[in-house]
Design a protein around this ligand. Sequence first.
Ligand code: ZN
Length: 314
Amino acid sequence: MKQIDVIVREVGLRDGLQIHPTFMPTENKIAWIEAEAAAGVSEIEVTSYVPAKLIPQFADAEEVTRRALTVAGLTVAALIPNSKGAERGLALGVHKLNFVMSVSRTHNLKNVRREREESVADFRRIVKMVRAQPEGRRPKVVGGLSTALGCSYEGRVPVADVVSYAVQLAEAGADEIVVADTVGYADPVQVHTVFKAVMAELGALPIAAHFHDTRGTGLANISAAIECGVRRFDASLAGLGGCPFAPGASGNIVMDDLCFMLDSMGLRTGVDLERLLQVRSIVHAALPDIEMHGALARAGLPRNYVRADERRAA
Ligand code: ZN
């Protein structure tokens, strides 16, 4: 059994592709999922259960989910904006339902067209639905908090609001809470403040961090979250994504660079860095017009690099 200190989760197929205008053919999505799982990434958010007329990129959500579920050892997650999405996920047998709501009111209204209280109530319904499933068919339910570190409409978001909604989703029955810097406003000091405050209230419930590198603070924010004790991170291969409010900006933190930094720090991710870098060519071949980021891909591994697991064994 492979020892892992930090869980890295690929979200590029959802967060990266959702604002990209070109449809990535289903076969290419599957090839990406299979190759990244083979490189050692154990959890992938493979799609989003939103209506295809809203985001045509996810018109193949059912097929992508079904085929991802055949990849041995992979935890298959999907984003859900509401209980309709949860129903689709339950029917497919997906492993993880990543519910998302925004901490800032305006963003929640624009994104899911409802008040935050309605989102919390919907989340309670989803947990109920999941718990009514027979054992073995119950996915994990994740409570995701968007705009927790800043909002493109409202600017700064009060820490008390983040804590309040984290507690409400936890009390509703979340198996995990994700705190997200959706628009890439966060800095390490703020990350420290917000995560410490949330973790103080949530006790042993797992907390994950979802950062964007829009303003270049992504990996610094990871480091701050690690100091707080966070051990689950979202990222996208080649930093795919971007920000609809900042044209040309980079997207999620770069999975390849994240894995390198963690490994270099002695934190085992279970990911083979060379194999992970090779996955980039699958994505590039499928979508030549998509912008790819990544410092490790440009510079390569340091000379005589010794992997974290080898250092541990020595
Ligand atoms: Zn995101």
